[in-house]
Design a protein around this ligand. Structure first.
Ligand SMILES: [Zn+2]
Length: 164
């Protein structure tokens, strides 16, 4: 199990930055959602403060994973591209208070810890970025069917032309 541990509050206060790459196969929970455990996630994390002075982390992740289409059950590549604003709170009570104060659903308030596992956070965000029921825009099976029908029809069309 890979881990990349930071002190979340210090990381924010010092406005530190970090980035890295993770193989999907290293992320057990994410890998379980994919058809082949293949792919690479790129992540970057930036510490800072929000406009009210709360410590915050900006997390961006990107990468491609292969999910299963819920309509045709065939593999479906999906591009994860997510950017999150995570405001840090000391505990649950503080988190509730900050959430109420910000009143912004685009911002997540999380409990910051002195031993904060970035890899776990990246995996959480990747899981949140996945569609609940992934589906191809056009399933590959559906696109092939009309061609098969056309092939079956054409010999009769040829015979018909011969008769005339
Ligand atoms: Zn499909």
């Amino acid at each position: 199990m890979t881990a990349f541990v930071i002190d979340a509050f210090q990381f924010s206060r010092l406005q530190e930055q970090a980035e890295g790459e993770l193989q999907v196969v290293q992320l057990t929970r994410l890998a379980g959602e994919t058809v082949d455990r293949a792919g690479t996630l790129h992540w970057s994390l930036k510490g800072g403060v929000d406009k009210l002075g709360h410590p915050q982390l900006l997390l961006a992740i990107s990468g491609r994973v292969n999910l299963v289409c819920q309509r045709c059950m065939a593999p479906m590549p999906f591009d994860i591209a997510s950017e999150s604003v995570l405001v840090l709170a000391k505990d649950d009570d503080a988190a509730d208070a900050i959430e109420e104060l910000l009143d912004d659903e685009a911002i997540d308030v999380i409990i910051g810890e002195p031993e904060f596992d970035v890899i776990y956070l990246v995996e959480d965000e990747a899981l949140l970025a996945l569609p609940v029921a992934p589906k191809h825009d056009v399933c590959p099976g559906k696109a092939v069917e009309p061609l098969v029908v056309a092939d079956k029809v054409s010999p009769f069309a040829v015979l018909k032309n011969l008769k005339q």
